[in-house]
Structure formats: structure tokens, C-alpha cells
Design a protein around this ligand. Structure first.
Ligand code: PHE
Length: 454
């Protein structure tokens, strides 16, 4: 291995990085979370604000994370230490990496529970349990699943094992090939769902719901959630993309990679939205069904389609697959850190961290029965982790990374890593990362605090 490639090596080709970063960013955030929060927060205005956050906060921040990772070729803790020192600043910036690893861990714990639902749905589709199902039965199927911790435990355990296996052998083997073939398949299946959605005659309703802008409906909390989701869906604010950046070759264009990733991630989310909402309206389901939205809606759609059980089986399988590639990136910063810090092998690091993540996940999957009385502001453990990580931890990590990249890291270094095609573009990036990102995120925090106190 070439010395400058660092102890973890590099991706074999630029496309591998883009594919892996896509694998990280496209996941349950796009397919499960985006539709249900859009439904909860009223549609169009929320969506527009979310798109704005992707563009003005997400993309500049993604560039910052990649450039720091690539510069140091190490996990976030050590990358930030190194880059800080290179710029004559305190190595204590490395602490930021800790916040990221904790966020990744916490997100993983509920992510795995949703993956367990997906797993259940794959089996249920294969077993023909959704044949001819209507909206009411579909809703009660999901409600029952939530109270069936033992069967969720299978899915959860399997998911943790699968993620740990990839982490143990290292990311470069197989991940790229798998993503290259399976992503197009996912898009194809979304296409089938879209065609069905259009056939319900409710596409105009969905379009109006998703894209009609009405400033009056934008609450402080909706702004917070839209911003938080921009972080979540792009895997920002916890070092996942930074860690993948550490394996990116020196000569690749960061700007182009970021544009591709941002565009495709957003596209998938919007397409899923367009596939889900016509069915929601046509079956008179509530757009505000919460985390169960796609689990209640999509079986109804598949039940109407010819060959729907096979299509549904494949669809949930693909969703499970995208969850897998995202979850790997949630844990990769911790695994890479443990390998660097304790000089242990990847398999051991993956095993130990996997065990810890599994335990936490077991607690989370009891959010709906044993631990359901355990609530903070009417949020159970699952909801709480889901809310706090996206809307507090990731944005806080984002502010810190933007301050670090904009004010602490020397301009020579950032300019040399980004190598944007014009000075003007670099200035725009610097402006965004120095002022826009930290101030916008802070402002949304302040507005929300103010709202809670009043
Ligand atoms: N971006 C992933 C998704 O949309 C989730 C994720 C968040 C992955 C943070 C890594 C880091 O599902």
C-alpha cells in the first residue's frame, strides 16, 4: 500500500468514493423518514425549506468534511487533530470527532430497529401476507409488529451482524460493486411504484401537497426538522462523509462529487415522496401517520399491483440494502478510530463496537412495549433518539465542523484541497462555511429555544 494512502488505504477509483458516499447518504432517511416528516409537517413549505438547507448548508458542509478527511486520511478524531495542528491550532479539535462517533452510535441504535421492520416486511411479502390487503389491515399489521419485540429482535440482530461483517473485512471489498448494481434496481422499483401512484389519479394532489408553498405553514419546529433532515439524509455532522473522504484519492474533484451526491440523494427522496403520497390520498390514509407511514402505505399499493408481492419483496429488500450501506457508514468512524487508537484489527474493533450497538438497539426496540412508559415530552426512546440526533447532535456537529473548516483551518489548505475551478467559487464556499452555515443553524436553534420557552 502506498504510504500516502494512510493506514486504511484508498478507494480504487473516484466512482467508488461517489458510490460509497451515495450508499451512505441514500438510506432510510430518504425512503422512510423523508415521506413521514413531510407528511407530519404539512408538505410543500417544509419540502422547500429542506431543499434550501441541502443547497446552502448541506453541500458546503459536505465539501468541508471531505476535504478534512482527505487531508488527514484518518478517522474524524485524528483527522481533526492533525489538520488543526497543521494550521497551528489546538489538537483539542479532535474532541469533535467524539461527538460524531456518539451521534453515529445513537443513530445506529434506532436505524437498526427500522431495518428490523424492513426485514419483517421482506419476509411478509415473501410469505404473501399482504395479498389483497387494505388500508385498515395494513395499519393494524404495523401496529402489531411494533409490539412484537421478539420478532424485531431477529431483524435487529441480523442487521447488526451484516453491518459488522462489512466493517470487519473493510469497506473497499464489494461495497462498490453491490451499490453499482443494486441502486439502479431500487430506482427501477421506485419507477414501478410511481406508475402505480399515477394510476390512482391522485398524483395532482400529491404534487400540490409536496410542492405548494405557503409561508404561513412554516413553524419553528418544521424549520428545525427540515434542517436536521438535511444533515441526516446527507450523512453530515457526524464524520461519516469525513471518514469516506479519508479514502478518496488526492486528485479527485471534491466539488463535482458533492454535487452528484447531493443531487441524487435529493432526487431519490422526492421520487419516493411522489410514489407514496398519491397512495396515501387515494386510500384515505393520514399523511400524519408518523414513522409507520411507508410501512402502512406501500403494502396497500403493492397489493393492487400485478405481481405486487414479488415487487414488494424486491422493494423492501432493496430498502434493506440501502439501510445496510448507510449503517456501515454510521459505524465506520468508530471502527476506524479504534483501529488507529488501539492498533487492533478491524474484525475485533467491529465485533466489540457491534456488540455495544446491538445492546443499545435492544433497548430501543422495546420503546413500544416494555419501555413505552419511558417518555420525554411524549417521545418514547425511539422517537427521542430519532429527534435529538437529527435535530440537535448533527447540526451541532455541523456548526463545529464549519467553524473549524472556515476559521481554524488555513485558507491555503482548504483552497489546495478543494481546488475549485475558479477563485469566485472558492469565495462562495468560504462565505457559506464561515457565516451562512453556522449562523443559519444557530438561528434556527435560537428560534426554537425561544418557542419552547414562550
Ligand atoms: N444518510 C443516511 C440516510 O439517509 C443516514 C445516515 C446519517 C448515515 C448519518 C450516516 C450518517 O438514511
Amino acid at each position: 500500500m502506498h504510504a500516502s494512502a494512510g493506514i486504511h488505504g484508498t478507494w480504487s477509483h473516484r466512482w467508488v468514493f461517489i458510490l460509497a458516499a451515495l450508499g451512505s447518504s441514500i438510506g432510510l432517511g430518504n425512503i422512510w423518514k423523508f415521506p413521514y416528516i413531510t407528511g407530519e409537517y404539512g408538505g410543500g413549505t417544509f419540502v422547500l425549506f429542506y431543499l434550501l438547507c441541502i443547497l446552502t448548508i448541506g453541500l458546503p458542509l459536505m465539501m468541508a468534511e471531505i476535504l478534512i478527511g482527505r487531508r488527514a486520511r484518518l478517522s474524524p478524531v485524528h483527522a481533526m487533530q492533525l489538520v488543526a495542528q497543521e494550521s497551528g491550532a489546538s489538537p483539542r479539535w479532535g474532541w469533535l470527532g467524539w461527538l460524531g462517533m456518539i451521534s453515529g452510535f445513537l443513530i445506529f441504535s434506532f436505524y437498526s430497529v427500522v431495518a428490523a421492520w424492513i426485514f419483517d416486511y421482506v419476509l411478509a411479502m415473501a410469505g404473501g401476507q399482504f395479498v389483497g390487503i387494505g388500508a385498515t389491515q395494513s395499519a393494524s399489521y404495523f401496529a402489531q409488529l411494533l409490539h412484537d419485540a421478539p420478532s424485531m429482535l431477529y431483524g435487529h440482530s441480523l442487521f447488526v451482524v451484516l453491518v459488522m461483517l462489512v466493517l470487519a473485512v473493510g469497506l473497499r471489498r464489494g461495497l462498490d460493486r453491490a451499490i453499482r448494481y443494486l441502486m439502479p434496481m431500487l430506482v427501477l422499483l421506485i419507477g414501478v411504484l410511481l406508475a402505480y401512484a399515477a394510476s390512482t389519479g391522485y398524483m395532482p394532489h400529491a404534487l400540490r401537497f409536496l410542492f405548494r408553498f405557503d409561508l404561513g405553514t412554516l413553524s419553528a419546529e418544521a424549520m428545525l426538522v427540515a434542517m436536521g433532515h438535511a444533515f441526516f439524509t446527507l450523512s453530515l455532522g457526524m464524520g461519516a462523509i469525513m471518514t469516506y473522504g479519508a479514502y478518496l484519492g488526492r486528485n479527485e474533484s471534491i466539488g463535482r462529487a458533492v454535487l452528484t451526491i447531493g443531487l441524487l440523494d435529493t432526487l431519490i427522496a422526492l421520487l419516493i415522496g411522489l410514489a407514496v403520497f398519491p397512495v396515501v390520498f387515494a386510500s384515505q390514509l393520514s399523511a400524519e401517520a408518523g414513522p409507520g407511514l411507508i410501512f402502512i402505505t406501500l403494502p396497500v399499493a403493492f397489493a393492487q399491483l400485478q405481481g405486487g408481492q414479488v415487487l414488494g419483496f424486491l422493494f423492501f429488500l432493496m430498502v434493506g440494502f440501502t439501510a445496510w450501506t448507510s449503517a456501515v457508514s454510521l459505524m465506520e468512524p468508530s471502527v476506524a478510530w479504534a483501529v488507529e487508537r488501539f492498533r487492533i484489527g478491524r474484525p475485533l474493533a467491529a465485533l466489540l463496537l457491534g456488540l455495544a450497538a446491538w445492546l443499545l438497539g435492544v433497548a430501543v426496540l422495546h420503546s413500544f412495549d416494555l419501555l413505552s412508559h419511558w417518555q420525554v415530552r411524549q417521545l418514547n426512546l425511539f422517537d427521542l433518539l430519532n429527534f435529538v440526533t437529527s435535530n440537535l447532535f448533527l447540526p451541532l456537529g455541523g456548526i463545529a465542523v464549519s467553524v473549524f473548516a472556515g476559521w481554524v483551518v488555513s485558507r491555503e489548505l482548504t483552497a489546495a484541497e478543494l481546488r475549485l475551478s475558479s477563485d469566485w467559487l472558492y469565495r462562495c464556499w468560504l462565505l457559506a462555511i464561515r457565516y451562512l452555515v453556522p449562523l443559519a443553524v444557530a438561528l434556527i436553534f435560537v428560534i426554537n429555544l425561544y418557542n419552547v420557552w414562550l
